[in-house]
Design a protein around this ligand. Structure first.
Ligand SMILES: Cc1cc2nc3c(=O)[nH]c(=O)nc-3n(C[C@H](O)[C@H](O)[C@H](O)COP(=O)(O)OP(=O)(O)OC[C@H]3O[C@@H](n4cnc5c(N)ncnc54)[C@H](O)[C@@H]3O)c2cc1C
Length: 344
């Protein structure tokens, strides 16, 4: 099955779907509201399934070449004592968001993406055999698929993230009361950091502190590796955002319209899976359409293959968001995480 495909959103899911569908002979047009590829961004973990999906489209080696191998992650208390370690048998890679976008775009989609093209009204889109909503957590296309307004759910936590110059070898997450601080390599010269803090803890700090002052107040007295990163954070480059995930809404498909990635199953960042799931959706979508006689059959097969998996990852990510930022029972929380890490 092939024809004309419209994709809304040139994020990770949209670019990957564009690449996969073009490789199968679809004529692809992508509408993207921004004016070009992202110029800044932090690191994304590409798990083995995501690496396999990237390999299927011939770009896995580019990610390996420009990313950093991730062997696992160590979980620490604020005093620096480890309480759990997750190791992956198959290699995962950390790659910066701008690099991943560029790899997915280059050599395949230069004549397919319309930049500065906001889709405010999905009914105004030209006729096409297939419409793919890859327009992220506040998706307009999801409203079309669900048949109603679908707002994301607040998680009650706020993310802070950024990069500082330097190198680290390992991925660490330090969990304290109501908050966590993560440090990962991003490339050969850059350290990626992120923090996740409960709303109620931030409210207790009042509204007068700047993001940099908040980070110092919340994490500046933690173990040396965290404190060092906090002192080097550039106040102008802190990305601070409240976190949301997607409420379930039924099928990912209506007629010839389908949603993928965050548009379908935006999740808390705590499992580091959102971008990976977007990549998997894109590859499964192309596979399902290739194997079917009609778009309707292909989209139904895609929904069967991906709806449950996406929703399950939303639930796991929500659980980890709560667990990692719990304010009470932190000792038993560390034991729970240790047990989960041994199962992983
Ligand atoms: C703090 C944080 C840390 C994270 N860390 C990780 C990680 O380590 N690993 C991981 O796998 N995931 C991670 N994620 C999740 C990951 O960023 C997302 O899951 C991923 O970006 C989803 O890709 P997407 O293509 O579905 O959506 P997006 O990347 O959001 O792309 C959507 C695109 O659609 C465009 N768009 C939106 N609306 C319109 C419109 N109306 N018209 C035209 N264009 C439109 C947007 O401009 C954007 O380019 C993290 C997320 C956060 C918030």
């Amino acid at each position: 099955m092939k024809g004309d495909a419209i994709i809304v959103g040139a994020g990770i899911g949209g670019l990957m779907a564009g690449r996969a569908l073009r490789a199968d002979g679809w004529r692809v047009t992508i509408y993207e509201r921004t004016d070009g590829l992202p110029r800044t961004g932090t690191a994304l973990g590409m798990w083995p399934e995501a690496m396999a999906a990237l390999d299927r489209l011939g770009v896995g080696d580019a990610v390996r070449a420009r990313g950093v191998l991730q062997q696992g992650a160590t979980f620490l208390r604020p005093d620096g004592v480890p309480f759990a370690r997750v190791t992956s048998t198959d290699p995962a890679y950390l790659v910066s968001r701008p690099t991943l976008h560029e790899i997915l775009y280059s050599g395949a989609l230069e004549d397919s993406v319309g930049w500065d093209a906001v889709v405010d009204d999905p009914t105004s889109l030209p006729d096409a055999d297939l419409v793919v909503g890859a327009d992220g957590i506040n998706s307009r296309i999801r409203d079309v698929v669900a048949g109603r307004r679908t707002a994301p759910r607040p998680l009650g936590t706020v993310a802070f993230r950024g990069v500082v110059p330097g190198t680290v070898d390992d991925v660490t997450e330090t969990w304290g009361e109501g908050r966590l601080f993560g440090i990962t390599p991003q490339d050969q010269q850059t350290i990626n950091w992120f923090a996740c803090v409960r709303d109620d803890l931030l409210a207790e700090r009042g509204s007068t502190l700047t993001p940099a002052e908040l980070l110092t107040d919340l994490f500046g007295h933690w173990h040396q590796a965290v404190a060092e990163v906090v002192t080097r954070v550039d106040p102008e480059q802190i990305d601070q955002r409240p976190l949301y995930d997607a409420a379930p809404f039924g099928s990912m498909v209506r007629g010839h319209t389908v949603v993928i990635g965050d548009a379908a199953h935006a999740m808390a960042p705590n499992a580091g899976r959102g971008a990976c799931e977007a990549l998997l959706d894109a590859v499964h979508l192309a596979d399902a359409l290739r194997a079917s006689e009609t778009v309707d059959d292909g989209l139904r097969a895609f929904d069967r293959a991906r709806r449950r998996a996406g929703r399950r990852t939303v639930r796991i990510s929500r659980f980890l968001n709560r667990l990692s930022t719990a304010r009470r029972f932190t000792t038993s929380r560390h034991r729970t995480m240790n047990a989960l890490a041994r199962l992983a």
